[in-house]
Design a protein around this ligand. Structure first.
Ligand code: BGC
Length: 463
């Protein structure tokens, strides 16, 4: 019998959240507003007019949430810092009461043996900085580095895993091209500048980290394999463009200091020439790379609708399962992505920093259960895929489920639930779903539970 591979000792098992999606109390204790506060308070921009004003009330209920992490047996928690809690104007005066919240959170985690993993920027730019042009203003690299210095100085004695940015592609594409996310711009000329300034901020943030911190700093990218919908050369070319746009636009400058050639083709006159010195700043040595993986894109040529970048779109697969956000469930893509990154990053430690799914969950049953078999199977499939990648030698050091809690899913408001733990937003009552129990079993058995049948799942549903 061949030896069964298990996740290694010392593997980080976590769940992730982000500040604006869970904390609530956005203006408490001297905090300044962020672009998400502004965006969600603009009528018509989020589902049901939902805002992050209360969210999961994590700002006040974090001890309960830390206890939940501990009950699930997790040894890591990835969360983000709200920039405008710490620096209400985005720069200048520090708000000690804002910083104190994260200090309490870190101590509460460590008291339960849970490693904090901090993301410095998860989309909630201080509104005051947006008034100065936000990510379009080149000065933002310095503003970000100054902010990073303040937070690292305060917490690096206890926090060992740091990320500069979360998913710069989503900020550029959702926030500045399609306008579905804050700050809600729709302008073909902005995304290249926004990407470039985010990456410069990343580079300057890593330098700030080296000056103040003594542990590990990296970045979190959302990556998805792009597969051609057909052998038609136009689909093959579209797939190459989609891959350059979403994946290589970020990983190449961060690891090698170059942008893919396709970007000039994709953006045409909107693609500027960037100075070499900027690329040298972007290509700072990092200690780890975070990968957020949700789905793949089966891609076809598409120049309709005003030829929006990257002149490609995704084709729905007739026999596949799709989540409520319209994402194909494709577990093999996680191993494919990890191996693809590994080929470029050598021995750099990799983490899956987000992976999870939204399906319509039932209400909490009278017996207190929330049965979410599709999410159980989503996690099973993807964790097996992570195990495959480990078996092939990928230096995968940890895995974070997205998300610990049902939360404020950006412009979807509270209508889309990604949590391992159900949140009743009227009462703030937390109820671990069946997927949380399943994940806890996987963690406890270092993967053995992935191969056990789950009582809720019909064999026909198993991938
Ligand atoms: C983001 C999360 C988001 C999740 C699900 C990721 O792109 O980092 O903030 O909630 O996807 O949409």
């Amino acid at each position: 019998m061949s030896e069964v591979i298990r996740f290694p000792e010392g593997f980080l098992w976590g769940a992730a959240t982000s500040a604006h999606q869970v904390e609530g109390s956005p203006l408490a204790d001297g905090a300044g507003p962020s672009i998400w506060h502004r965006f969600a308070h603009t009528p018509g921009l989020t589902a049901n007019g939902d805002t992050g004003d209360v969210a999961c009330d994590h700002y006040r209920r974090f001890p309960e949430d830390v206890a939940l992490l501990a009950d699930l047996g997790l040894n890591a928690y990835r969360f983000s810092i709200s920039w405008s809690r710490v620096l209400p104007e985005g720069r200048g005066a520090v708000n000690p009461r804002g910083l104190a919240f994260y200090d309490r959170l870190v101590d509460a985690l460590l008291a339960r043996g849970i490693q904090p993993a901090i993301t410095l920027y998860h989309w909630d730019l201080p509104a005051a900085l947006d008034d100065r042009g936000g990510w379009l203003n080149p000065d933002i690299a310095d503003w970000f580095a100054d902010y990073a210095r303040v937070v690292v100085r305060a917490l690096d004695d206890r926090v060992h895993l740091w990320a500069t940015l979360n998913e710069p592609w989503v900020v550029a594409d959702g926030g500045y091209l399609h306008g579905a996310l804050a700050p809600g711009h729709r302008n073909l000329f902005e995304p290249p500048l926004v990407t470039h300034n985010q990456l410069r901020a990343h580079g300057a943030g890593v330098q700030a980290y080296r000056a103040e911190g003594r542990h590990q700093v990296g970045i979190v990218l959302n990556l998805e394999p792009k597969h051609p919908a057909s052998e038609d050369p136009r689909d093959v070319a579209a797939t190459r463009r989609a891959d350059a746009y979403m994946n290589r636009q970020y990983i190449e400058p961060v690891l090698r200091g170059t942008y893919p050639a396709e970007l000039a083709e994709i953006f045409g006159p909107a693609w500027p020439a960037f100075p070499e010195s900027d690329l040298a700043l972007i290509r700072q040595p990092i200690d780890w790379l975070g990968i957020n993986y949700y789905t793949r894109g089966v891609t076809r040529h598409d120049d309709g609708g005003g030829a929006m970048p990257p002149q490609a779109s995704s084709v729905r697969q007739p026999h596949a399962l799709y989540t409520e956000t319209g994402w194909e469930v494709y577990p093999a893509g996680l191993a494919e992505t990890l191996e693809w990154v590994w080929k470029q990053s050598g021995d750099l430690p990799l983490y899956v920093t987000e992976n999870g799914a939204v399906f319509p969950d039932p209400l909490v049953a009278a017996n207190g259960r929330v049965d979410d078999p599709l999410r159980v199977e989503y996690y099973r499939g993807h964790l097996k895929s992570a195990l495959d990648a480990l078996g092939r030698g990928v230096p995968l050091r940890g895995y974070f489920a997205w998300s610990l809690l049902d939360n404020f899913e950006w412009s979807h408001g509270y209508s889309k639930r990604f949590g391992l733990v159900h949140v009743d937003f009227a009462t703030q009552r937390r109820t671990p779903k069946a997927s949380a129990r399943f994940y806890a079993d996987v963690v406890r058995t270092r993967g053995a539970a992935l191969f056990e049948p789950h009582p809720l799942v019909l064999p026909a549903m198993m991938p």
